[in-house]
Ligand binder design. Structure first.
Ligand SMILES: *Cc1c(COP(=O)(O)O)cnc(C)c1O
Length: 221
């Protein structure tokens, strides 16, 4: 199967309102171009340097989503062009994104990452941490970030019920925040959840954005 076939097959199972982020990390530019020529415009990367050189080399109408753990000292490298940062996992990071975006005269859309898995290695806010941030005065002063929704990763397991429960939890977090803090904002609408192994479950549980890598581009080394 070609990359184009893989994209077609995924799209056939994707409701129209769910956006496909093609996760191209570790893959060479030629493979991204194959997806591009088939109409794919949104790509996800998880390393700053890699995203910067790909953005430099590839067509300028690509939308670049940063999906990994982002270090505050590296925000400045992607601030000029990044279209969505999925993994905002601390107030400190959000403030840094805001100040780097201001220097670029941009407003950068961000998703708040929540910790929904059982594994201890996954990054993200707890509800309490996010609530504290959203209620604070210094949050209300941020002008160059736009909170567009939430993101989460499920536990790496074959237990479908477990994965489903975690995605349902993220959806519940989204609804709670929407009603408590973003009821008047049309921007807060995305739920980024679902990868190659679990995106069908994620869609059933309300995902609006799936991040799919290996099913499109093949296994990574
Ligand atoms: C790598 C990665 C993906 C894609 O994983 P696949 O299993 O290859 O689809 C999705 N989200 C994040 C945050 C990732 O790091």
């Amino acid at each position: 199967m070609s990359i184009a076939d893989n994209i077609d097959e995924i799209k056939a199972n994707l409701p129209a309102k769910v956006q496909l982020v093609a996760v191209s990390k570790t893959k060479p530019a030629e493979l991204l171009m194959e997806a591009y020529r088939h109409g794919q415009r949104t790509f996800g990367e998880n390393k700053v340097q890699e995203m910067v050189w790909k953005q430099d080399e590839l067509p300028k109408d690509i939308e670049w989503h940063f999906i990994g753990h982002l270090q505050t000292n590296k925000v400045k490298y992607i601030a000029p062009f990044v279209n969505l940062i999925h993994g905002v996992d601390s107030f400190k990071l959000l403030k840094t994104i805001d100040s780097e975006a201001r220097k670029e005269n941009r407003i950068i859309p961000c998703l708040l990452q929540f910790y929904i898995a059982e594994e201890e290695t996954k990054f993200g806010f707890s509800i309490a941490e996010a609530t504290e941030m959203l209620k604070s005065e210094s949050f209300l002063l941020l002008r160059n970030v736009k909170i567009s929704g939430v993101m989460g990763m499920s536990t790496y397991t074959n237990d479908e019920a477990q994965v489903r429960k975690e995605f349902a939890h993220l959806k519940a977090i989204f609804e709670k925040l929407k009603w408590e803090y973003f009821v008047e904002s049309d921007n807060f609408k995305e739920i980024s959840m679902g990868m190659s192994g679990d995106y069908q479950i994620a869609i059933e549980e309300g995902s609006t954005m799936v991040r799919i890598g290996s099913t499109i581009f093949g296994d990574r080394n």
